[in-house]
Design a protein around this ligand. Structure first.
Ligand code: KG4
Ligand code: ZN
Length: 362
């Protein structure tokens, strides 16, 4: 299909979990402009329940989304006629929330006669480093979020090959469960990171699962069990809590750094040109992890990119950008496109790398 001319200005909507977000992004020939970027977090609404409650999340999206879209448009000083498309997360995620965002985008598309872009939330994360500058394709991506932990070869828009992934818990989930076990409030990741700053990572001995095995698959559920054991061993003082957090964070960083080094070796052996390693998703906001991955990239001769913290966790700017890139390529969605609770980024699981369905060997 013929490419559309730039610039393209797109409204993005994100409602797949517990952030309601709307943003306006303009894709220009030589840069990306984020004209506005609004996020309303629901952390307080879920605090009582120790985790995200899907029904509460969906209701909060319904209550807030229209107002946020209006704010995003006025921040950006755009009116409906300035838009070339409307993009929304169409999955994966909590289905009630996804339906709220996608239905709103459909209504706007129908009412204003605009193309609809149905964006895979994981693709939003995968493209998020491109919001802030020059991150050309191809690159190796480590996607670390609340529901995913995967190495992906990002070859071009729409060409994603999974090289390896967690075989059990996502790494963000491990942060969240660790926080819960230690009595820390949500959101788990940032609170574990804060507590870890006061702790000693050498006091509590935690495992590094699957590090002794070849390949890029990872596992975090054993780590969570070890945290539970350590938490129950003796009185949970602030000191002890901080030591467990520091040890947990350091175990996660060791696992991800070692697997990233292997992933870079595999990627470099199959990709020509100067290689780049990118980390994205909520856990990419973790300062220690960013530092370790940057050092690992330097050692492997890879350029390193990570989005600014605001665009690591869920946001609508990344959805608007993914939408704008698909709009340029002419990949519009029909108005009856369905919301999807599950939607893998690479349904085939790395055919180009010769691995089976279970992940490539490195
Ligand atoms: O990408 P994201 O906002 O939502 C999903 O698509 O899942 O990721 C949320 C995850 C949560 O598990 C949260 O605890 C984790 O990212 N996270 C962090 C940090 N900030 C958020 N994990 C570790 N350190 C952080 N600073
Ligand atoms: Zn996300």
């Amino acid at each position: 299909m013929a490419q559309l001319k730039l610039p393209l200005t797109v409204l993005g909507i994100e409602t797949s979990c517990d952030e309601t977000a709307a943003a306006i992004v303009r894709l220009c020939p030589d840069k990306v402009e984020v004209l506005s970027d609004r996020i309303a977090s629901q952390t307080e609404a879920h605090a009582l329940y120790g985790g995200v409650v899907p029904e509460i999340a969906a209701r909060a999206h319904v209550e807030r989304l229209d107002g946020l879209i209006r704010l995003a448009m006025s921040d950006a000083r755009v009116v409906w006629d300035d838009l070339e498309g409307v993009a929304a997360t169409a999955g994966p995620g909590l289905i009630g929330g996804v339906m709220v965002g996608l239905s709103t985008a459909k209504a706007i598309a129908l009412g204003r006669n605009l193309p609809l872009l149905a964006v895979n939330h994981l693709e939003g994360h995968a493209l998020s480093p491109r919001l802030s500058g020059d991150v050309p394709f191809p690159y190796l991506l480590l996607l670390v979020s609340g529901g995913h932990c995967q190495f992906i070869a990002v070859e071009a828009l729409g060409r994603y090959h999974r090289l390896g992934s967690t075989i059990d818990d996502a790494v963000g989930e491990a942060f969240d469960k660790t926080a819960k076990l230690l009595g820390l409030a949500a959101p788990g990741g940032p609170n574990v990171e804060r507590a870890a700053k006061e702790g000693d990572p050498h006091v509590v001995d935690l495992p590094r699962p699957l590090l002794d095995r070849p390949g890029l698959d990872m596992s975090f559920s054993g780590l969570k069990t070890a945290v539970r054991r350590a938490a129950g061993e003796r009185m949970l003082t602030d000191r002890r809590r901080a030591d467990i957090c520091a040890s947990f964070q350091s175990a996660v960083a060791d696992i991800l750094a070692a697997k990233s080094a292997r992933a870079m070796a595999l990627f470099a052996s199959r990709q020509k040109g100067s290689p780049r390693f990118v980390v994205a998703g909520g856990v990419a906001a973790n300062g220690m992890l960013r530092m370790r991955l940057e050092a690992e990239s330097r050692r492997a001769g890879f350029a390193f990119s990570a989005p600014p913290l605001r665009w690591c966790t869920d946001n609508a700017a990344m959805i608007a950008l993914a939408g704008a890139e698909h709009l340029r390529a002419g990949n519009f969605a029909p108005l009856d496109v369905a919301a999807r609770a599950r939607w893998p980024l690479d349904p085939e699981a790395e055919p180009a790398y010769g691995g089976g369905k279970k992940g490539a060997k490195a």
